[in-house]
Write a protein that binds this ligand. Structure first.
Ligand code: DGT
Ligand code: MG
Length: 444
């Protein structure tokens, strides 16, 4: 046997939260194939099957080298019979028959297109599919009564399915920071989700907001939303108190604090000028606004440094992340984007009703805001950084290996019958008996 090929000799732990999973890895052909089958299972509401494919893909993402033959996988965890069969096929033939069939199936294509509408889940999409609705245009013509989220989803369909760039995320971060500081000075805002893990694009932009004085964050979301609305930054918003109910998960919910968890699902109106530069104006600058800090600006980020997305690097000893600090806007400074996405032109208005006379100077972007009390901030940060599989694996590890219940609010030790406090992600990993995995290695 060729030296260095037996990957199993490298011991690979079976929970994704025990492993370092970088964004870029060596086995994308295999993980792309498995991800399609996972997606198909999720769209068919076969969660168990979806998770099995996701776990297999995550294992491959964590391997230190490219897999060239199935024999290299002997002894590795997380690879079920079905996943192994798919992997072997791809290794031998370059493609998997099942993956090909899936990607070409009418049902898969329709389910992807319909669930691509903001506000539409697998159940609704499946019902529509069985009525013969396969595309957003079919839905539009069907005359179905849609809720407010779905109407917005349909209206901005094309744009919301364009990846959000890191630069756009930064521009939105500046707006969010301004909104939050206008209504609550001293509040802290941090970019979470995929961008915190170092992704260069995302399907949305996620922010977590808190205030060091516990209680000050209460009632913050409606004020932030009002400010954003008054400035013309919101195309859609739905604020829910405590949308992530963990009633199913048992005791990991501090009864008194639960009702303070607020979340806002929104669609931002992000200005772009015709040269593909993003600016952060909503409507006109309001009288009384400081034009110096409210002028169109874009702070370009170096695409090669991830330091701003990883405020919790291993060497960072700050117990809590610092507020996202953006450089002071400089009106004369309009750096060009690394890529210059002219979204207004890329978007083809298949649905007809978004037509405008000229190229538009803004685009719609999905933004999620979450407000957490300071005492739960580390849990919220860990819970909202993802990836989804990494989160699932953390909770599975907690329950099965530690008899603990982990949520985005708290960690409960069932043997000691007490909540374990933490003011940093590092402390939570320590409570769980896990090596600290930084955000950039949570891309399971
Ligand atoms: P993407 O698709 O580029 O936006 O990728 P992510 O990883 O940002 O995914 P996203 O935005 O759906 O969610 C961000 C993270 O937040 C995700 O990795 C897990 C977590 N998350 C999402 N929805 C919920 C929720 O309802 N409750 C809790 N606790 N966490 C959630
Ligand atoms: Mg996200």
């Amino acid at each position: 046997e060729k030296p260095g090929l037996e990957l199993a000799v490298v011991s690979v732990p079976s929970y994704a939260c025990q492993r370092h999973t970088p964004l870029l890895h060596h086995n994308t052909t295999l993980t792309d194939a498995l991800s399609i089958l996972a997606e198909n299972a999720e769209l068919s509401e076969n969660e168990g099957r979806g998770v099995a494919f996701r776990r297999a893909a995550a294992l491959l993402k964590s391997l230190p080298q490219e897999v060239r033959g199935a024999e290299q996988l002997r002894g590795l965890p997380c690879l079920g019979e079905h996943s192994l069969r798919v992997i072997k096929e791809v290794l031998e033939d370059g493609v998997s028959h099942e993956v090909e069939t899936t990607t070409h199936s009418e049902q898969f294509k329709a389910m992807k297109a319909l669930t691509g509408i903001f506000g539409v889940g697998a159940k609704t999409a499946d019902r529509w599919f069985r009525e013969g609705i396969h595309t957003p245009s079919d839905l539009q013509r069907s005359g179905h009564t849609l809720n407010r989220a779905q109407r917005a989803g349909l209206q901005y369909y094309d744009e919301l399915n364009l990846p959000v760039t890191k630069s756009e995320a930064v521009a939105i971060g500046q707006i969010v920071e301004r909104a939050v500081h206008a209504v609550l000075p001293g509040a802290e805002i941090i970019l979470i989700g995929g961008f915190r893990r170092g992704k260069q694009t995302g399907h949305d932009v996620d922010f977590l907001i808190t205030h060091p004085d516990e209680g000050r964050e209460e009632g913050l979301m409606p004020k932030v939303v009002s400010w954003l609305e008054a400035q013309g930054f919101l195309l859609y918003q739905k604020t829910t108190r405590n949308s992530y109910l963990e009633s199913k998960e048992g005791p990991a919910r501090p009864a008194s604090n639960m009702d303070r968890f607020e979340r806002c699902f929104s669609i931002f109106r992000l200005s772009t000028d015709n040269e593909g530069r993003e600016i952060q104006t909503g409507r006109e600058i309001q009288t009384g606004d400081d034009p110096q800090t409210y002028s169109p600006t874009l702070t370009n980020t170096d695409p090669h440094t991830h330091s701003d997305t990883h405020p919790h690097s291993k060497t960072d000893s700050h117990p809590l992340p610092q507020t996202l600090v953006f450089p002071k806007p400089q009106t004369s400074d309009f750096p060009r984007l690394p890529q210059t996405p002219d979204h207004a032109q890329k978007v083809s208005w298949v649905l007809g009703h978004s037509q405008c006379s000229g190229p538009r100077s803004w685009r719609a972007v999905r933004v999620d805001l979450v407000v957490s009390p300071y005492s739960q901030f580390a849990f919220a940060l860990l819970g909202w950084t993802g990836s989804k599989l990494f989160e699932r694996e953390l909770r599975r590890w907690a329950v099965h290996e530690k008899a603990m219940t982990l949520s985005s609010h708290a960690l409960y030790d069932r043997k000691r019958t007490q909540y374990l406090r933490a003011s940093s992600e590092e402390e939570i990993f320590a409570h769980l008996g896990l090596e600290y995995i930084p955000p950039c290695d949570r891309n399971a």
